[in-house]
Design a protein around this ligand. Structure first.
Ligand SMILES: Nc1ncnc2c1ncn2[C@@H]1O[C@H](COP(=O)(O)OP(=O)(O)OP(=O)(O)O)[C@@H](O)[C@H]1O
Ligand SMILES: [Mg+2]
Length: 251
């Protein structure tokens, strides 16, 4: 049986919600709907952008675009190809998109842990008492040669403290970042329920930029956490389940 929590696929709608609130807006990389004009404007402002389906794809169908000195380079999974003009690039992306709606988002150079890029999942859940809690934070560690960190694209799940230590953070910095991420999670929970009723769980995908700033890449409304089941430390999984049971989700 389906448990009770609202869900919303459209990333463009969800991104616009975040952009409305100054406190959250500063943590959202510039995002636009894909079309030729926006492609041109994003590429003149940013060296690297991400091209992704507006309705999500579990990390599939995501292309990274880089502006080089005299051409554009795109990378899809591990495959790179080159385009000499914006028109040629646009045509390629348009064919790739078909009739599906896509977004362009400023690329964040992901922080690395022991040489591998990673991002962070902040799990946020609403209790029966009606308050939001950031119940678990873990990391998704990508492969060096890929453009996404998703679990089903070969990403590995990591512990927050370990991953951050591997990225050169000391204990104090790690604690501060954890607090900041938890607050961000609660703020996003409040923001979302202001727009649509009935959300009980959200999963923020947060990238850590070169200067240590958290950037919200997307907010999942039906976040998966089954990979946590297989971790040696079961605490994260158990904490999530503790809150999930309150809205009828058991795994
Ligand atoms: N703007 C960006 N800068 C850097 N990396 C990005 C950016 N957007 C996406 N990525 C990488 O791609 C991964 C997947 O992107 P995202 O979470 O937006 O889509 P998704 O997981 O396919 O969507 P959904 O979960 O809705 O199916 C991120 O976890 C991150 O590793
Ligand atoms: Mg994601």
């Amino acid at each position: 049986m389906k448990y009770k929590s609202s869900s919303l696929k459209n990333k463009w709608t969800k991104t616009k919600w975040l952009l409305e609130q100054p406190r959250l807006r500063k943590h959202v990389p510039r995002t636009m709907l894909f079309n030729r004009k926006n492609l041109q404007s994003m590429l003149s402002a940013h060296r690297m952008i991400y091209f992704k389906p507006a309705d999500g794809s579990g990390g599939a169908k995501i292309i990274r675009i880089k502006r080089l000195a005299s051409r554009y380079r795109i990378q899809y999974k591990t495959k790179k190809s080159y385009y000499l003009t914006l028109d040629a690039l646009h045509q390629k992306l348009q064919r790739f998109a078909g009739s599906r709606s896509f977004l362009l988002q400023k690329g964040i150079r992901l922080a690395r842990t022991n040489g591998k890029p990673f991002d962070i999942r902040v799990m946020v859940q609403k209790t029966n008492r009606g308050n939001w809690v950031s119940s678990a934070i873990f990391t998704k560690i990508g492969e060096r040669n890929k453009v996404t960190t998703n679990y089903n694209q070969g990403g590995a799940i990591g512990y927050f403290n370990e991953t951050m230590a591997g990225a050169g953070y000391d204990t104090l910095k790690i604690q501060q970042l954890e607090q900041q991420l938890k607050q961000l999670g609660v703020a996003v929970g409040n923001n979302f329920e202001h727009h649509v009723e009935g959300f009980r769980e959200l999963g923020l995908d947060v990238a850590i930029g070169p200067k240590g700033k958290p950037w919200i890449l997307e907010v999942n409304t039906s976040p998966r956490f089954y990979p946590l089941k297989h971790m040696a430390d079961k605490k994260l999984y158990q904490r999530i389940i503790f809150y999930a049971k309150q809205y009828g989700r058991y795994s």
